[in-house]
Design a protein around this ligand. Structure first.
Ligand SMILES: Cc1cc2nc3c(=O)[nH]c(=O)nc-3n(C[C@H](O)[C@H](O)[C@H](O)COP(=O)(O)OP(=O)(O)OC[C@H]3O[C@@H](n4cnc5c(N)ncnc54)[C@H](O)[C@@H]3O)c2cc1C
Length: 264
């Protein structure tokens, strides 16, 4: 690991100012991705600005069906939230499937969304739930936020403060985890609400998380697990790697979608 300067921020403004004043600094939240990549010498930020001691970006609020989750809220807190479970149990189930207990007690929703790993679970939920990513300076719709592999709409020193969404009538998540890392080899989040049906896929896209229009139409016409059977998933834009071919992932998308609808 290369040497770095550590800063502990106690407010959003202080964090943004601290990061803006660095050469090539980075925010650190749970550190579950960033510290690991620094240890492997794949990242060498000049400075780390710690977000874990900012009270205003922690915690969960549910007002009616409006869910707001602070960016520094851990996966374990989301998984065990009775308030979220009452309106959107699928998100608690998803958080409970991330990594292992250590990762879930350190990793945060803001870190996961900012990192936009193509195999991460949360990005699919954000897209399917039509969530809003709230930052220190604006609100970004999930449809505009995820821009490709590890790429997002975030600008320099822009800090995610919370995630918000209206809980849909029904939602479900199913993933086929890599048995070693537990990241999604393919994960599908389905949601049915006032705005219609949204289906988002993680772990399978060559360009990261994406929505599957054909499946959204099929499920809007018939919200049943069997409705996905007739949908064709084109492997051309899917990922092929040592874990699975694009064709295998295309099949997994249909299987996971079926399970997600059944779970919903
Ligand atoms: C063994 C292992 C297994 C895992 N399995 C899974 C899995 O099954 N599914 C899954 O989805 N993930 C998995 N992860 C990743 C885990 O969920 C991480 O918690 C997550 O990717 C990053 O969150 P973090 O809070 O640790 O972020 P960090 O590592 O602290 O930061 C990640 C990136 O986000 C930036 N960042 C952090 N917070 C903010 C913010 N509020 N605003 C702007 N930028 C910010 C940082 O600068 C950095 O670039 C796994 C990780 C490990 C180590």
């Amino acid at each position: 690991m290369y040497a770095t300067n550590y800063h502990r921020a106690s407010s959003v403004d202080e964090a943004v100012k601290l990061l803006s004043d660095t050469d090539e600094g980075k925010y650190v939240s749970g550190g579950m991705t960033l510290i690991a990549t620094m240890k492997q010498r794949l990242a060498s930020p000049s400075d780390l600005v710690d977000l874990r001691h900012i009270p205003s970006i922690k915690g969960i609020r549910v007002d009616g069906r409006r869910v707001t989750i602070g960016a520094a809220t851990t996966h374990a807190e989301v998984a065990s939230s009775a308030a979220i479970r009452a309106v959107c149990p699928a998100l608690c189930d998803l958080a409970g499937m991330i990594g292992d207990p250590h990762v879930r007690h350190m990793g945060t929703i803001g870190g996961s969304v900012a990192n936009n790993d193509p195999a991460a679970d949360y990005p699919s939920a954000m897209l399917a739930l039509n969530a809003t990513i709230v930052t220190d300076r604006r609100q970004i719709a999930a449809d505009d936020f995820f821009r490709g592999l590890f790429e997002t709409a975030l600008g320099g020193a822009e800090l995610i403060t919370s995630i918000a969404f209206d809980a849909p009538e029904r939602a479900g998540y199913a993933k086929f985890p890599n048995p070693a890392s537990r990241y999604a080899m393919t994960g599908v989040f389905v949601a049915k609400g006032a705005g219609g049906v949204r289906v988002a896929v993680t772990g399978a896209g060559a360009n990261g998380v994406f929505r599957l229009g054909a499946m959204e139409q099929a499920l809007a016409a018939n919200w049943l697990p069997e409705a996905v059977a007739g949908v064709t998933v084109d492997p051309d834009e899917l990922l092929s790697d040592l874990h699975a071919t694009a064709e295998y992932r295309a099949n997994l998308i249909k299987v996971m979608a079926k399970r997600a609808v059944a779970a919903a």
